[in-house]
Design a protein around this ligand. Structure first.
Ligand SMILES: Nc1ncnc2c1ncn2[C@@H]1O[C@H](COP(=O)(O)OP(=O)(O)OP(=O)(O)O)[C@@H](O)[C@H]1O
Ligand SMILES: [Mg+2]
Length: 320
């Protein structure tokens, strides 16, 4: 065996991010009560790790990311970066959003990145070179003087990624950054992001509802589930536990928390949907996400269709 990859090495050291018993409640408009969106989230993220968060719409993926970013305060529990409590937003945690309108429309491509560097207190004389360097990394060196409205959706997301990485954050927080893009651009940007991740050794937390994207990209996958209505015991249902535990070794929380599973993704990189083992993880995740609808409606757990196209692996013979 050669040297361990960076993330495997890092796992032996103190985690970069530690989330302890995180609960998040919001006032539920019109009801006079509260809606608990996240409960009992326990997570440790290591330097250099690529973690994906998946789960059905409304299960709290964005809320978790916003808590890590410091835009939301936990109702209970704590979030720590390098041992320090997260009390608000900071340039050590840069966020990239789904919305392709996240750039400043009055600034050029170069201006958008330089602005972030200024906010990060990078000296003026270094800003331009550093901005150009990161824009080169995303292939936009010929578009420095373009304004956002003169770019395609994919180009705008590249600028947003370059801008986020340029300040060398401790963490890159990405909320479905490729969801608004066509399939070809999406797959291209996935590959580019993986290259950037390897070049910069960034730590990435990536929210997606696309199972295939999560498997191709990440070292670990956190599956969130919607919380059950008060009084329900759906997640303790033997059918739930059986269905969720079908694959190899998910860390299951069959109680009432938000985490359905936190699974390791040991597939060698680069990954393709038709490689051995891909289908096993895909089906396991599909089951973990799909069965939420059944339990919520009080039915026996039933998988539901993944919105994205079925990967090739489903048709191919599968082995581990
Ligand atoms: N500021 C808020 N006030 C009240 N409720 C909120 C607030 N923000 C989020 N919620 C609620 O929290 C729940 C989870 O929302 P969140 O955006 O985290 O889901 P998500 O998993 O990111 O969904 P999607 O896949 O659709 O993006 C929803 O029921 C939403 O209505
Ligand atoms: Mg969301």
């Amino acid at each position: 065996m050669g040297m361990l990859p960076d993330y495997q090495q890092a796992k032996k050291t103190t985690p970069l991010l530690v989330v302890n018993s995180l609960h998040k409640r919001f006032p539920a408009p019109g009801s006079g009560g509260d809606l608990t969106v996240l409960a009992e989230v326990e997570l440790a993220v290591h330097r250099g790790e690529f973690l994906s968060i998946i789960g059905r719409s409304g299960c709290g993926k964005t809320t978790l990311l916003r808590c890590i970013a410091g835009f939301e305060k936990p109702s209970r529990g704590s979030l720590r970066i390098e041992g320090r409590e997260i009390t608000g937003p900071g340039i050590d945690r840069m966020m990239v959003f789904q919305d392709t309108e996240q750039l400043f429309p009055w600034l050029t491509v170069l201006g958008n990145v330089e602005f972030a560097l200024q906010a990060a207190r990078v000296p003026r004389r270094e800003r331009r070179a550093r901005a150009v360097h990161f824009l080169e990394m995303v292939g936009l060196e010929r578009f420095l003087d373009y304004y956002p409205h003169q770019l395609s959706g994919g180009m705008k997301q590249r600028v947003a990624i370059a801008r986020a990485l340029s300040v060398r954050p401790r963490m890159l927080l990405m909320d479905e950054p490729f969801a608004a893009l066509d399939a070809m651009t999406r797959s291209l940007l996935q590959q580019e992001l993986l290259q950037l991740w390897q070049q910069t050794k960034a730590t990435i937390i990536f929210v997606t509802h696309n199972i295939q994207e999560a498997i191709i990209q990440s070292d670990r996958i956190l599956v969130l589930r919607p919380l059950l209505p008060a009084g329900s015991t759906g997640s303790r249902d033997p059918a739930f536990i059986r269905a969720a535990g079908g694959g190899a070794g998910p860390v299951l929380n069959p109680g009432l928390g938000s985490m359905a599973a936190l699974i390791d993704n040991p597939l060698p990189r680069p990954r393709q949907p038709d490689m051995p083992g891909f289908g096993v993880i895909w089906r396991q995740l599909h089951r973990l996400i799909g069965l939420e609808v059944g339990t919520r409606a009080g039915l026996v757990a039933q998988p539901v269709a993944e919105p994205a196209a079925q990967p090739v692996a489903e048709a191919a013979p599968v082995s581990t």
